[in-house]
Structures are given as structure tokens and as C-alpha cells.
Design a protein around this ligand. Structure first.
Ligand SMILES: [Zn+2]
Length: 175
């Protein structure tokens, strides 16, 4: 925005724009990981948090796994609170502590499909879904749809640690 000084508070909160993570992106992704700590643990699903942020750095929606229903996914819970006609969606960035699902058993539409349908163009994630409960591949699906997917490996360990019990139970360590 022309009326905002570069480096001001808004600039620090505004999501990055490209295929690499900015400091603001890392900050928002950390908030998504914090949200994931609010999930009720499940032996058969990951704990995930998601935050949707508009181009000017405003939180549009947030959600976490099993927030209202045992089948809720984080991205789905966040998107469900939005007006599908919200004009900010095309320039917003979705932060998810885990790669959005491509395949799921619990409901017919995967989070990848919901993200594509919402018209989002940029997604930032901490780690890729390990093939424990479903095949991964969400990032590939999103990229195939022309969406920029940014992985932030330096936050992967923190996001995985929230899921240490379920990873351990399936023979995958938290590191
Ligand atoms: Zn999902």
C-alpha cells in the first residue's frame, strides 16, 4: 500500500508474495503451529493449525483439526468460516502447519480441493504429510492447479513435535 511506510508494522505482518518464505511468512506459520496445539489428540489423525491472512496482513480465518467436529481438518475449518465471494481470497495466503490433504477418508472433499475452489493462490506449509493415514501429495495437487506452495523446513521440527505421539505410534520419530 502506498500510504504505508516500508518496514512499518503492517509491512511486517503482510504475507510474502513469492515462492520463498519471508519473515512475516515464518511468523504466521508459527501462529498456525501454535493453533495446532489446541487440537484434541487423535490416534488416527494429525494435529494441524491453519491461518488465512489477507495481502495486507489481516487474519481472515483460522482453524484447527477437530475444532467443531471430529472429522474437521484445519484448513477446512478455516475456509468454512469465510464468505466464498470474499474478494480478498485471491491475494490471501493460507498458512498450514501440515501439507493440505489430497486424499482423505472422512469427507468427500480434500483440503487441496477446497483451497483450489476457494480461489487461493499461495499456501505456506511447515512439512509434507507423511503417508500414515492417507497418501500425501497435496502440495503437488495445489501446484498442478497453479498455486504457489512454499515449504518452510526450519519450522518442520516444531510442527512435527506437536504430532510426536501419533508419529511415534506409527514408527515415525518426531525429528
Ligand atoms: Zn485436509
Amino acid at each position: 500500500m502506498a500510504d504505508r511506510a516500508p518496514g512499518g508494522p503492517e509491512a511486517e505482518r503482510a504475507p510474502g508474495r513469492g515462492a520463498t518464505a519471508s519473515d512475516a511468512d515464518r511468523g504466521w506459520l508459527s501462529e498456525a503451529i501454535e493453533l495446532s496445539r489446541r487440537c484434541r489428540p487423535s490416534p488416527s489423525a494429525f494435529c494441524v493449525g491453519a491461518v488465512l491472512v489477507s495481502a495486507d496482513g489481516t487474519v481472515m480465518a483460522q482453524g484447527f483439526s477437530r475444532e467443531r467436529d471430529s472429522r474437521d481438518h484445519a484448513e477446512e475449518a478455516a475456509l468454512a468460516t469465510l464468505d466464498p465471494g470474499d474478494l480478498r481470497l485471491a491475494s490471501a495466503t493460507l498458512y498450514s502447519s501440515l501439507e493440505p490433504c489430497r486424499f482423505r477418508a472422512s469427507r468427500p472433499r480434500s483440503c487441496s480441493e477446497l483451497i483450489i475452489a476457494a480461489g487461493l493462490r499461495r499456501v505456506v506449509i511447515a512439512w509434507l504429510e507423511p503417508p500414515i493415514f492417507a497418501k500425501g501429495g497435496g502440495a503437488e495437487r495445489l501446484r498442478d492447479a497453479g498455486i504457489t506452495v512454499v515449504e518452510v523446513p526450519e519450522l518442520a521440527a516444531e510442527a512435527r513435535a506437536v504430532n510426536a505421539p501419533v508419529l511415534g505410534a506409527h514408527g515415525a520419530g518426531p525429528t
